[in-house]
Unconditional design. Structure first.
Length: 277
């Protein structure tokens, strides 16, 4: 079992400016799982990896709707490289969301329209082999499991966004980011938590179980500080940062501050690739 975190540095044109987003390859030796694919360039490297390692198809987990986690998926579908896409299909929960908002003004059709508008990338996948991760827990493969966010947290956060009366952020993240799907990967004795752009509150209760953690939202300092404080001893945990965001919205530059010097952080902003076995 290994995880490859794709890096734009040294591979792609304009890697210091353009946002290429996240892409993780999880290779069990028997199956391949992709966690997010934020650009066509990432997709081409995934396809190259699959060809080199004898994989015809892979499963893909889409953490959330944002383009820097989604934009490589159409290329993988075009090349018939995906056997299934696993994400949150909010249309299945339109009645639950309407009930939570409960403002007397919204209708079910109105909720449908808002979901299709605000979660437009996922809406594009209609007709593809796509599965909701809450309706029935997907059997991905041994050692790889979707562990969050909690369904009630997801529904409440989405309802808050669609409602709009109290803003659309949760714990300093947009509602879309906050509800990113979280993935647990077991590699030998090591447990890895992949977080997408999750809010701290969505992962806080799980942190003690993991000795390798992806710092959410491309290493955003606010989230990283809370995770560092929660985990304590900086030597015991390895932190991953997928920051292929150029100068657009990357947050990991601040992690170079001397106050974080003792933490074990591996960052795609500085490395060509990260492999854990």
């Amino acid at each position: 079992m290994q995880i490859l975190v794709l890096s734009s540095k040294g591979h792609y044109a304009e890697c210091e400016e353009k946002n290429y987003g996240d892409c993780f390859i999880i290779d069990t030796g028997d199956e391949l799982i992709i966690y997010d694919c934020g650009s066509e360039e990432h997709a081409l490297r995934v396809i190259e990896y699959m060809d080199d390692h004898g994989y015809d198809q892979a499963k893909l987990i889409l953490s959330h709707n944002d383009s820097d986690h989604f934009d490589g998926i159409p290329k993988l579908l075009e090349q018939k490289k995906l056997s299934g896409i696993y994400t949150t299909l909010l249309l299945k929960y339109k009645k639950d969301i309407l009930k939570i908002i409960d403002d007397g003004r919204r209708t079910e059709n109105g909720i449908i329209e808002e979901i299709l508008d605000k979660y437009d990338n996922i809406a594009q996948l209609s007709g593809e082999p796509i599965y909701d991760v809450y309706e029935e827990k997907p059997a991905l493969c041994d050692g790889v499991e979707i562990v969050g966010p909690d369904k009630d947290y997801m529904l409440g956060t989405v309802a808050k966004r669609l409602d709009g009366r109290e803003g659309d952020t949760m714990d300093g993240e947009t509602a879309v980011n906050a509800t990113s799907l979280q993935v647990s990967v077991t590699i030998g004795s090591r447990k890895v938590l992949l977080c997408g752009d999750s809010s701290f509150s969505a992962i806080e209760d799980k942190l003690s179980q993991y000795d390798c953690i992806q710092l959410p939202h491309h290493g955003k300092e606010k989230q990283a500080e809370k995770i560092f404080e929660s985990k304590g001893n900086p030597i015991k945990t390895l932190y991953l940062v997928s920051d292929n965001t150029g100068s657009t919205n990357g947050g990991s530059d601040k992690l170079d501050d001397k106050k974080y010097k003792g933490y074990r952080v591996k960052n795609t902003r500085k490395c060509l690739s990260l492999i854990h076995i």
